[in-house]
Write a protein that binds this ligand. Structure first.
Ligand code: GDP
Length: 610
């Protein structure tokens, strides 16, 4: 077979081989894999109409296109897959093998407190902490390490709960955007004198998007004007139906300020966890967990608070956390006490890493220091490589097309200047009629500027943000650029609808129709050592065209489909077309041809959708 020509450049033939390339790979990386000069790929792509440099990272679609032109099957590997493979190369895996059923033991639920500003999240976390000090728990919770554990009696047994000590969904989403799942249950705090507010709704959306069960804490019931029943009604609109109304969400009326009903809230958390989740982990394996906070301490060096997810972490263990590694020198709990081991769901400050990891990084214990260092080094190198790719747009309306070929779902976040327009816009957008193949989902909506939280959620869910009569605030634009999140601003509703509608239409896979080009009869066969069998034909009707698709018909039966007319000659000249009534010599990508066979050529034309 001849080497393929791409945009006039002769390149190696992939012969259907599968080639794996990292997401964000450059032409230089690609060239390395197939052992050609990167300049050739740059040239080929240039001739195909795209101008990129050898080291610039290119989109997965471009890699696909270029690869397919050469006959390779391209697999674009995501960073998560890559990391999994990196670990596999050391015979390790994160979060998968935990042994058999018998090895699993119950672990405490991990809870994040979310809700609107000033509804009492911080106060609630404080009063849970203090309630336990009041009960004389050893030492009290004296250190702010980013999480703490408390125990609560439920049905006569003491049950432990782990609280992530950073209120709000920022941390929650930031971690989710990095693929880490740290929370089992979300407590959503709503002030009974205020009601459901924009961030309450955001919090619900975040929890639901992460499929985390919710317990609702109706706070400030000590206040005059508190209407806990009204809150229940409001929350129902967001799919959170109270148990007492026949739903399955537990609502607890509390006063964080007076420490009222805190125990009932803790009980509700445990009961919800028992009903909805199977919280078990194997404590007898090398520890794995997630970093929820990390900083550089003047005296102690890099310090990371780690939530153990499975296994037991011990002083002396060799660890790797993101691109940091080291050995556990000390572990300190929220009481400021040294601990020698930490079991599943236990948060501990870990001292002994050589650098500061990031919140959301996974931590795992490995056999040898050397392995830990090698994994960290490889991640570090990858991070540096990916930095360039990071600036690439994640998803925008323009490249929805390719994105949706996989998911067929467009996620939107709508922000507007008042709730009326947001609702109207959402309704209108959801009313757009498109094929069943593609779906539009509004994953969050709200009044006010586009915030960093919105961008975070968009990045985590590959969503496009629509700002209606509002703009991005603070660092949201910068973050959107960095994360490659597309924010679209509109001030006229129908314009927004039109754009989204055409983007969705573009997302539909094209429908192709066959258009017949012509038929030719094989009159003679010639053997050529160079090109194989040449068919001497008479064009009966229409045209024969070089590179056209063709099928072979013998005695009225189709004997071969999906052939291509690979060369076409008239007399001694290579030609692109030969018309009805003329003789020609051609070759097809099918060997078994016979005199008397009919070659029918056709092309596929895209049919416009209406
Ligand atoms: P956050 O923004 O959600 O963390 O809210 P905070 O915990 O900072 O609380 C906001 C304000 O509400 C503070 O002044 C608290 O003292 C007050 N607050 C919190 N919980 C209660 C409560 O149960 N009753 C009353 N009366 N005030 C509360």
């Amino acid at each position: 077979m001849r080497a393929p020509e791409v945009g006039g450049v002769r390149l190696p033939d992939g012969r259907g081989q599968t080639l794996r390339l990292a997401q964000g790979a450059s032409l230089s990386d690609f060239a390395d894999k197939i052992d050609v000069n990167p300049a050739q790929l740059v040239q080929a792509l240039f001739n195909l109409g795209e101008m990129v440099t050898a080291t610039q990272s290119v989109t997965p679609e471009t890699l696909q296109l270029l690869g397919e032109e050469m006959g390779f099957k391209i697999q674009v590997v995501s960073p998560e897959d890559e990391d999994r493979e990196l670990l596999e190369s050391f015979d390790l895996s994160f979060g998968e093998d935990q042994g058999g059923e018998d090895d699993l033991e119950r672990r405490p639920a991990v809870v994040t407190v979310m809700g609107h500003v000033d509804h009492g999240k911080t106060r609630l976390l404080d009063s849970i902490r203090q309630a336990k000090v009041g009960e004389g728990e050893a030492g009290g919770i004296t250190q702010h390490i980013g999480a703490y554990q408390v125990t609560a009696p439920v049905d006569g047994t003491d049950r432990t709960i782990t609280f992530i000590d950073t209120p709000g969904h920022e941390a929650f989403t930031a971690m989710r955007a990095r693929g880490a799942k740290s929370t089992d249950i979300a407590i959503i705090v709503v002030a009974a004198d205020d009601g459901v507010m924009p961030q309450t709704v955001e919090a619900i959306n975040h929890a639901q998007a992460a499929e985390v069960p919710i317990v609702v804490a109706v706070n400030k019931i000590d206040k005059e004007g508190a209407q806990p029943d009204k809150i229940r009604g409001q929350m129902t609109e967001y799919g959170l139906v109270p148990e007492e109304y026949g739903g399955d969400t537990m609502f607890v009326d509390i006063s964080a300020k007076q420490g009222l009903n805190i125990d009932s809230l803790l009980e509700a958390v445990v009961l919800t966890a028992d009903a909805a989740l199977d919280l078990r982990a194997n404590p007898d394996m090398d520890a794995q967990g997630v970093a929820i906070e990390a900083h550089l301490d003047r005296g102690r060096g890099p310090v990371a608070t780690v939530l153990i997810q499975r296994g037991t972490l011990r002083v002396g263990d060799s660890i790797v956390a993101g691109d940091a590694y080291g050995r556990v020198r000390r572990m300190v709990d929220e009481h400021g006490e040294d601990v020698s081991e930490a079991t599943p769901s236990r948060p501990v400050q870990v001292i002994g890493l050589t650098s500061v990891c990031a919140a959301g990084d996974t931590l795992m214990v490995v056999e040898e220091d050397r392995t830990a260092r090698q994994i960290a080094d490889r991640r570090n190198a990858r991070k540096r490589n990916a930095l360039a790719a990071r600036s690439r747009r994640r998803i925008s309306l323009e490249d929805l097309d390719s994105h949706l070929k996989e998911t067929s779902q467009l996620n939107l976040i709508i922000k507007g200047d008042n709730s009326g327009t947001v609702e109207a816009l959402e309704e209108a957008l959801l009313g757009i009629e498109i094929d069943d193949e593609v779906q539009l989902r509004v994953i969050d909506r709200g009044v006010g500027a586009v915030t960093e939280t919105n961008v975070n959620l968009a990045a985590a869910s590959d969503a496009v943000i629509i700002g209606f009569n509002v703009r991005a605030e603070g660092k949201a634009t910068e973050m959107a650029n960095r994360e490659g999140v597309d924010i679209r601003y509109y001030s006229i509703i129908y314009q927004a609808i039109e754009e989204i509608e055409s983007a969705l239409k573009g997302m539909l896979k094209p429908i192709y129709e066959e258009k017949q080009l012509g038929q030719a009869e094989i009159r003679e066969l010639f053997r050529s050592s160079k090109v194989g069998t040449i068919a001497g034909c008479m064009v009966l009707d229409g045209i024969m065209r070089r590179n056209a698709k063709a099928r072979l018909i013998r005695d009225g039966n189709v004997v071969a489909e999906e052939m291509t007319v690979s060369s076409l000659r008239r007399e001694k000249d290579d030609v692109t077309e030969v018309r009805e009534g003329f003789e020609c010599g051609l070759t097809v990508t099918y060997a078994d041809i016979k005199i008397g066979d009919i070659i029918e050529t056709y092309e596929l034309v895209e049919k416009p959708r209406d």
